[in-house]
Design a protein around this ligand. Structure first.
Ligand code: PNW
Length: 460
């Protein structure tokens, strides 16, 4: 029997801009995603999160659906622009009230809130006035914003995540320009990442210095794919290791070990900002748990420099800096995002993290898959998603048996939502959303998930 530990946390996840809608209501200020998605050509069919799932008005119904699914925890994010419409200064009490009501309703339903403080929807004012994450004052503004969140919600919220996937912000937002704020550069990603790390560490220190009495835990969530060496050669093994360090250790080495990986320093030279000794001390140890979002796997080989087409989206960084050639096994099944379904990659990644960072407590804060789900006779038969979850959860279970300290798992996502630049046809949800009527329908995978949480096992 593949049983999970008794205290294992089963949850589901979402983010503010992807589900809330009410983008211009409740005193909310505009974010960079409101602006970016409003520019023709930036998102699939010009879609935006203006209405999204209208969770802002339907949150009580959504909590009932979560309860039906038996989840113990719900990870959502707070929109900075609902708390502070211009990112600094004035507090919007209507925004505070919305999250306060949401938190109360979750607790009432016996669901533990896990709150992400930043899931990419930076206040537009901070982009315009401070140059977004390139601005040197942003970490302080972030610290002031999270202080308000701890003060107002910390009596009830005990699990905090500072940033969601700084890699995506840096690489897709400042490198490839496919996400807000849409910048294209080979140096800005490293600068933005540096500011993100400083913001994270300041936020954690605010929590530890001022709110220790709230007795909560705080950490950061990073995303990483697995990189499997294409061959047994030393060069390919080194390439796979290098790819993982440029993807994940870029953010997690400073937090766990106090500085960037040596291979990044060697290869990037002046383009990699440096931490002062004081900053290194400030950053080291700023995560009570290791938050991991994991979706897929690719093969990595040493790039010998011959001209070839480079894989761009999801390549793990700026490939010229890494000399890593990525590829897929033609036998792997692909999801609608063209991400390969490779459960053993998840297990290997968990073991890699455990080894490098001395067995930290890990939570998978996102894992899931997108398909073109169809509603037939009022039902969604997403057996492919059920198979995906079963495979990845079996891999998690094996990792735990091998000593990985995995404490919880959040399925991405609770319901279909605005999948950023890909818009609404990439459906990641356990619940189907009809974006015309905004009706929610549990998919087959949601009913299956209910059995998983009830039995603490995936053996069916
Ligand atoms: C994550 N990549 O995004 C986000 O946290 C979610 O908001 C999002 O809906 C989900 O995964 C599915 O995409 C990612 O290119 C976006 O490697 C891109 C990548 C990884 C994660």
């Amino acid at each position: 029997m593949k049983k999970f530990p008794v205290d294992f946390i089963w949850g589901t996840a979402t983010s503010s801009y992807q589900i809330e809608g009410a983008a211009y209501e409740g005193g909310k200020g505009p974010s960079i995603w409101d602006a970016f998605s409003g520019i023709p050509g930036k998102t699939h069919n010009g879609e935006t999160g203006e209405i999204a799932c209208d969770h802002y008005n339907k949150f009580k119904e959504d909590i009932q659906l979560m309860k039906n699914m038996g989840v113990k925890a719900y990870r959502f994010s707070i929109a900075w622009t609902r708390i502070m419409p211009t990112g600094k200064g004035n507090i919007n009490e209507e925004g505070i009230q919305f999250y306060s009501d949401l938190i109360d309703a979750l607790l009432e339903a016996d669901i533990t809130p896990w709150v992400t403080l930043y899931h990419w929807d930076l206040p537009l004012a901070l982009q315009l006035e401070e140059d977004g994450w390139l601005g040197s004052k942003i970490p302080d503004y972030f610290a002031a914003y999270v202080d308000v969140c701890f003060e107002r919600f910390g009596d009830r919220v005990k699990n905090w995540i500072t940033l969601n996937e700084p890699w995506v912000v840096a690489i897709l937002g400042y490198g490839q320009g496919v996400f807000a704020p849409g910048r294209i550069s080979t140096s800005e990603p490293y600068e933005a990442a540096h500011q993100l790390l400083l913001a994270h560490s300041k936020a954690v220190h605010v929590y530890r210095d001022k709110y220790a009495h709230q007795n909560g835990q705080i950490g950061i969530t990073n995303n990483c794919d697995w990189r499997e060496p294409l061959t047994d050669s030393d060069l390919d093994k080194e390439a796979a290791e290098r790819a993982l360090e440029f993807f994940l250790a870029w953010f997690t080495d400073p937090v766990y070990l106090g500085d960037y990986p040596q291979v990044m320093k060697d290869r990037l030279g002046d383009r990699l900002p440096t931490f002062s000794e004081e900053e290194k001390k400030l950053i080291k140890g700023t995560s009570d748990f290791f938050g991991l979002n994991h979706y897929t796997t690719m093969y990595a080989a040493h790039d010998d420099g011959t001209e070839k087409e480079r894989c761009v989206y999801g390549n793990g960084g700026i490939s010229e800096d890494q000399d890593v050639d990525l590829s897929l096994d033609p036998n792997w099944n692909l999801t609608l995002m063209k991400w390969a379904v490779v459960p053993w990659g998840c297990k290997k990644l968990l073991e890699w993290i455990s080894k490098r960072y001395d067995s930290p407590k890990i939570y998978i804060t996102e894992n899931g898959c997108a398909y073109t789900d169809k509603l037939v006779d009022g039902e969604v038969d997403d057996q492919y998603r059920l198979d995906f979850y079963k495979g990845y959860l079996e891999a998690c279970n094996e990792a735990i048996e091998n000593g990985v300290n995995l404490k919880g798992y959040f399925a991405w996502s609770f319901m279909d939502n605005f999948e950023w630049a890909s818009g609404y046809d990439k459906r990641f949800g356990l619940h189907y959303v009809d974006f015309k009527t905004l009706k929610r329908i549990p998919k087959k995978s949601a009913y299956w998930f209910r059995k998983v949480t009830a039995n603490n096992s995936v053996d069916f």
